[in-house]
Ligand binder design. Structure first.
Ligand code: C5P
Length: 285
């Protein structure tokens, strides 16, 4: 019998880099929020012991480089299981947008395989495994609204935002490599912005307050990598889109509000392929 689960995207409401680590990764202080833009992952047992997947988006590789396959293989290796599984992935989250699609899919694959294979690991045990797949994967085992520290794997759940809170999401027609964006960051160049004032504003639950303090250090890197990004930002400013912020290393941009509140005719013709939508905090808890 097949089982299925939604695999939600995230946006980063705050992202500061606090240092470079001896292992080459960066230490960060970030607030992650799961949003209701989601892929769907179906899973079924395979009797032949193989781990395989298909995807309705032909641009997504379905070989061992896909984090879904890596997650299932890791779970099997760590638990000594011999079982097989087949995944079918329906993509809605654009790749290379800083929305955590691949990481979310990996977390969902761990949850589904753990259930189908009757392994019985707890969410915390799965989150420990998730660290080995990618820095953002442990967050998706917790979901909701979390403070993420270390290289992203130290996850502290925060009190949820109201589910009716709305965000405008812009998905530009370019992708930004996370590794390339981190490589542009020189931690000695700037003093980290403390996260505390943002967290205090966030806990006040007044979006006008916290959205004005939202921050993302990767915006600097993105503008060095993708010349269309500062151009788009300039137009967003001109159209008075409030505090547009990059998610992760980009390319997606979010703002507090709804896309329907604004006139996009002065922006979209300059960026063919730019998609806009309104999303909410995910209501999956
Ligand atoms: O962990 P993940 O594989 O998602 O990271 C992709 C790349 O992003 C890493 O290879 C690294 O270059 C960079 N990265 C980083 N510091 C982090 C997370 C990612 O430097 N905290």
């Amino acid at each position: 019998m097949s089982i299925a689960s939604k695999s939600y995207a995230k946006i980063n409401l705050f992202l500061e880099i606090t240092g470079k680590r001896p292992d080459g990764y960066h230490d960060l202080e970030s607030v992650f929020l799961e949003i209701d833009l989601a892929d769907t992952l179906e899973a079924d047992i395979r009797d032949d012991g193989e781990i395989r997947m298909t995807c309705d988006d032909a641009s997504i590789p379905v070989d061992d480089t896909n984090l879904v396959i890596r997650a299932a293989k890791l779970l099997r290796a760590e638990t000594g299981s011999q079982a097989g599984i087949f995944f079918n992935l329906h993509k809605k989250i654009p790749a290379g947008g800083g929305l955590g699609g691949g990481s979310s899919n990996a977390a969902t694959a761990l949850i589904l395989a753990n259930q189908l294979w009757r392994i019985g690991l707890s969410r915390n045990e799965l989150a420990k495994l998730a660290e080995k797949i990618g820095s953002d994967v442990p967050f998706f085992l917790h979901g909701g609204l979390c403070l993420c520290e270390g290289r992203g794997e130290k996850v502290t759940p925060l009190t949820a935002l109201n589910h009716d809170i709305k965000f405008g999401l812009l998905m530009p027609p370019w992708i930004i490599s996370t590794a390339a964006a981190y490589a542009k960051i020189d931690v000695h160049r700037t003093k980290p912005i403390p996260i505390r004032p943002f967290l205090d504003a966030l806990m006040s639950k007044d979006p006008q307050q916290w959205a004005a303090l939202a921050f993302n250090r990767m915006e600097y890197a993105a503008s060095k990598i993708e010349p269309r990004y500062p151009l788009l930002n300039h137009l967003l400013e001109r159209e008075k889109i409030p505090h547009p912020r990059l998610s992760g290393s980009g390319s997606a941009i979010w703002f507090h509000g709804e896309t329907e509140q604004y006139d996009w005719t002065a922006i979209t013709p300059s960026f063919p392929g730019l998609q806009t939508c309104t999303v909410s905090a995910a209501n999956n808890t």
